[in-house]
Design a protein around this ligand. Sequence first.
Ligand SMILES: [Zn+2]
Length: 312
Amino acid sequence: MPGSLFREDGMWLRCQFHAHTTNSDGAPLPAALCDHYADVGFDVLAITDHWHVTDVDHDGIVVIPSSELTAVAHSAHDEAEVLALGVAELPEAMEPFPTIEALAAWIVERGGVPFLCHPYWSGLRAEDVLAAPSLAGIEIWNGGSEVMHGNGLSTVQWDDVLQQGRMVMGIATDDCHTPGEDSGFGWTWVLAAERSVSAVIHGLRTGRFYASAGPKIRDVVIEETAVTVRCSPARSVRLRSGPWDGCAVNAELGMGDWRGEVRQRDGDGLITVARFEFPEFWRWARVEVEDERGRRAWSNGFVLPGELPARA
Ligand SMILES: [Zn+2]
C-alpha cells in the first residue's frame, strides 16, 4: 500500500520498461538506445524487442533482459502483446500463445513480471485482464501510442479492473522505437534496495512503484476515510475510485474542488499537498497528479482499510 511505500527505505530508480532496437522494429542499435536513456537520466532500461531478448551491458544504465511477446486475443487484431520483463529466454515455439493467461504464466514461471501492453491501443478490455490472473499489471500509459494515435491512456480499463476487485498494477512507458521522437513521454519510478536487475524486478513484483509522464508523487498517507498526498507542483490532484466516486482539488480558480482541500501550494499557486475525505463504502482508491502541462503521475491502486461492507 502506498501509505507505507513512500516511507520505506531504498532508492527511487527511474525506469524505462518498453523500448525497441534494430533487433526488432526499432531504429537504434542496442548500445545507442542505452546511451540515449542513460544520457537523459534513466537508471534502468528493459529492452523489449519483439520475440527477441536483447541483453547488453552498459556502464551508465542497468539493462533488464526482456522481450515483447504476443498472445491470441479477442481484439481488433486478434492479438495482445505482453512485456516479459526480466526473462532472458524465448519460448521454444515462436508463435503467439493461445491466451494472454498462458503467456503471462509462462513469464511468471521463468521469474519474470508480465505487464499487458497498451490495452486501449490494442482494443482490449477489463475482461481480457480479469481472464489472465497471472498478469502483474498493465501499461496504463504508453507514450508511443499517445504520440502516434492519441490512445496511450488506459486508465478507464484499469479502473474497471480495480472496481471488480483485482488490484492489477499500472506502469507508464515510452514504447520507444526512435529515441528523441517517441521517448521521454512515460516512465516508472521503482523503489529498490539497490541499482540491480534483481532489486528492480523485486520492486515491480511487489508493487513498490508508481507511473509517471512528468510529476512526482512524494507521499501518500492513508487513514480510515482520508488520504493525504504530497507531490511536485500540480494543477490537479485526484483520488480515483469506482465509477460514481472520486475526489479532486484544482489549483486554478473556477475549477472547484470535490471532497478535498488544498493543504499547501508553491509560490505559483500550484498544489503540493492535498487532503481528501471519502465515504466509508469506498473499497479501493488510487492517486493521480496532473502538472500544469497536463502530464500525469499515477499511484497503484490500494485497498482501503477497515471492514468495509461490500456494495450490491
Ligand atoms: Zn513495443
